[in-house]
Structures are given as structure tokens and as C-alpha cells.
Unconditional design. Structure first.
Length: 181
């Protein structure tokens, strides 16, 4: 490449059980980066790893702050030494804990927003057949709890709402958040 310094980019992605557009974009980006002679590494989580009641319980707590997800990123940052970490999807296995891992390592973060997960419990800004922005700009997304915004479950929505409230208050989305658990 003439005039362009190759970069080292760590791509982070949590795959859902059913592949979608996020997966397509991620792999297209990885191919493009390699074609342009950038060095990229992919760190993935997969929701098929969640099994049984214990796995679901750990995922509920971990969605707010996953020590395991953060540890995986810390190890990969130390191994790969990227210039930037590009997050496609952190939910639910990695959690926002990965931003503090990058912040602590001095690695810049780019976040592609494939949905509205950072401000809306159901990630769609859509409810009951119309656009819904009831949780936008609130400290705790209670409006998303009442109609059970995440998968039609108030119990399932609670940890997502808690994640949004905790990390909104910590400044994770703006400053990398430095929560140590």
C-alpha cells in the first residue's frame, strides 16, 4: 500500500444463534482489511455457548458486566497488540466490560451500531407497530420494562435495562468506563 501504514485491528463480535446482517458485515470488513494489507484478528463469542439454567443465569448477570468476556478481551489485546478494537456486537457474552479492557490497555475503540442496543432494551426503537423512543434520553429505561421490550419478557428485559442504566451512568459509551469487578 502506497502512503498508508497498515494497522492492527481486533474485531470483536458476539454471534447470535441465527446468523444475520451483522455477521455478513463483519466478515466483509475482515476480508477488506486483509485485502488492504491490514492485520486483523477476530475474537468471537457465540450464543450457542449459552446452555441450561446455569448458563442462562450467568448470561443474565454477565450481560451487565462479564468478567469472563473482559478477560477474553484482555488476553487478546495482550497477545495481538492492536492499534484499534472494532466492536460489532458485545451482547450478551462480552458485555460492555470490554470497553474498560480496551481503555485500560490504551487501545482506541470503534463501535459499529448495527441496532439501537445502547439506548433501547429491545434494540429496535419499535414497539406495538410503531416507532418507540420512550427510553431515549432517560437514565433508566423503565419504559422498555413495562411492555417487556426484550423478547417479550420483563425478566429478560431487566438485565438489559440495568446494563443500559449502569453503563450510561458510568460513561462507558463515551469514555470507556473503568469499572473493576
Amino acid at each position: 500500500m502506497v502512503g498508508i501504514t497498515p494497522m492492527r485491528i481486533l474485531l470483536v463480535h458476539n454471534r447470535y444463534r441465527i446468523a444475520g446482517g451483522e455477521d455478513t458485515v463483519l466478515h466483509a470488513e475482515k476480508s477488506m482489511l486483509e485485502e488492504q494489507e491490514h492485520d486483523s484478528a477476530l475474537l468471537e463469542g457465540d450464543n450457542t455457548e449459552i446452555s441450561g439454567a446455569l448458563g442462562q443465569r450467568e448470561t443474565v448477570v454477565g450481560a451487565i458486566y462479564s468478567r469472563h468476556g473482559k478477560r477474553r478481551v484482555v488476553v487478546e489485546l495482550a497477545r495481538f497488540h492492536p492499534d484499534v478494537m472494532h466492536v460489532h456486537n458485545f451482547f450478551p457474552l462480552f458485555s460492555p466490560s470490554i470497553y474498560s479492557a480496551a481503555h485500560e490497555a490504551g487501545v482506541a475503540v470503534v463501535q459499529t451500531l448495527h441496532n439501537y442496543r445502547l439506548v433501547c432494551p429491545n434494540a429496535l426503537f419499535f414497539r406495538d407497530g410503531h416507532v418507540c423512543e420512550d427510553c431515549l434520553g432517560v437514565a433508566f429505561p423503565l419504559p422498555g420494562m413495562i411492555p417487556a421490550g426484550y423478547r417479550g419478557s420483563r425478566l429478560g428485559t431487566a438485565p438489559v435495562a440495568a446494563m443500559l442504566a449502569v453503563h450510561g451512568a458510568m460513561g462507558t459509551w463515551r469514555e470507556g468506563g473503568s469499572m473493576h469487578i
